[in-house]
Design a protein around this ligand. Structure first.
Ligand code: PLP
Length: 373
């Protein structure tokens, strides 16, 4: 099955009792035991497992081409689940440009627990090599990166990490499996903020970790999920599962618009620089062509001429872009990233990030044109 078929057919079987075509939501927190005390139907307590969540997990695993997936209450809960595989003394290599919340988890949660970390420029394989130590157990990849859309080479990073006995987890939130499947380049884990393109409507939070192989690592994550209890509600799992049915249509249309908008911005006299991996001028363009499946995503950013004040003024004049954080929804958003990323931010003050929604690209371009005038 191709991705579109998987997104409709996996974990969405017709319910045997009433014949529901759209899946029912399993709200029960607890499940009946058999007379002998067993749980022959497979469920005992929702924190441990829930049929609606399981359906979501099966679909997400299939979309990424993995063996198993665990779903969480947010993308942050999902990254923390991956970090739970580490022990004091272990070392992590993560991108300088990591999503700021992931970097904060390393600094504020893992660091005090004795896990060490190095933030490296992941667009340079030499920089990744230099950052690895004998204790490195995990290399975190995030490509395209947030918010500069830099591209790192998942295959090369994975080869290097595996040589040193480390595993690789790739945050695939921006690309989605529509455009990029990190397991095809050898990554061991894929992580998502399902709050973004998976949910797609800015109305549900979630996260997921997918394992390329089953075995001990998948079992450890499954155990962590139930023990930590950071699971999505049945309703949230249902909403995300429903949204996955339209993932490919949404992401393709949003990405086509993003490509047109990036071209427009790259030629605009009041734009200093536009960042989109689909642009020939983007330093990661050749690698993105190889690593991504013919599309470059619906996220882009640009630096306006001037600084913070000019960036804020331009965002304020936009009519069809809502000034809000997050991404991946049907509505286009604009965000001044430096002001949300905090003191460790390396993002220029003149940068605005756009998440392109499903409005018509002509309207979005017209709006940007008047805002930049
Ligand atoms: N990874 C990326 C690339 C993100 O953009 C975000 C959130 O913006 C996260 C992880 C964290 O996800 P959540 O907000 O669902 O916890």
């Amino acid at each position: 099955m191709k991705l579109e078929t998987l997104s409709i057919r996996i974990g969405r079987e017709v319910e045997p009792d009433a014949g529901d075509v759209a899946p029912a939501i399993h709200l029960s927190t607890t499940y009946e035991r058999d007379a002998d005390g067993e749980f022959s139907r497979g469920y005992s307590y929702t924190r441990a497992d829930n049929p609606t969540r399981k359906a979501l997990e099966q679909c997400i695993a299939a979309l990424e081409g993995g063996v198993d997936a665990t779903a969480y209450s947010s993308g942050s809960a999902a990254s923390l689940a991956v970090f739970s595989l580490l022990r004091p003394g272990d070392h992590v290599v993560a991108p300088v440009e990591s999503y700021h919340g992931t970097a904060k988890q390393l600094r504020d949660i893992l660091g005090p627990m004795g896990v060490r970390y190095t933030f490296a420029n992941m667009t340079s394989i030499d920089a990744v090599r230099a950052a690895l130590t004998a204790q490195t157990r995990l290399v975190w990849a995030e490509t395209p990166s947030n918010p500069m859309l830099n591209i790192s080479d998942i295959g090369a990073i994975t080869a290097l990490a595996h040589e040193r006995g480390a595993i690789v987890c790739c945050d695939n939130t921006f690309a989605t499996p529509v455009w990029q499947r990190p397991f095809e380049f050898g990554a061991d884990l894929v992580m998502h903020s399902s709050t973004k393109f998976f949910g797609g409507h800015s109305d549900v939070m979630g996260g997921a970790v997918i394992t390329r192989e089953g075995g001990q690592r998948a079992a450890q994550l499954r155990d962590y999920q139930g023990t930590a209890g950071s699971v999505p509600s049945a309703f949230d799992a249902w909403l995300i599962r429903r949204s996955l049915t339209t993932l490919s249509c949404r992401v393709r249309t949003q990405s086509e618009s993003a490509a047109r908008i990036a071209e427009f911005l790259s030629r605009h006299p009041n734009v200093e620089r536009a960042f989109y991996p689909g642009l020939d001028s983007h330093p990661g363009h050749t690698l993105a062509r190889k690593q991504m499946k013919g599309g470059f995503g619906a996220m882009l950013s640009f630096c306006v001429r001037g600084g913070r004040a000019e960036a804020f003024a331009i965002a304020a004049r936009m009519k069809y872009f809502t000034r809000a954080t997050s991404l991946g929804g049907v509505e286009s958003l604009v965000e001044h990233r430096a002001s949300i990323e905090g003191p460790h931010s390396v993002t220029p003050e003149s940068l605005l990030r756009l998440s392109i929604g499903l409005e018509h690209a002509d309207d979005l371009i017209g709006d940007l044109d008047q805002a930049l005038a």
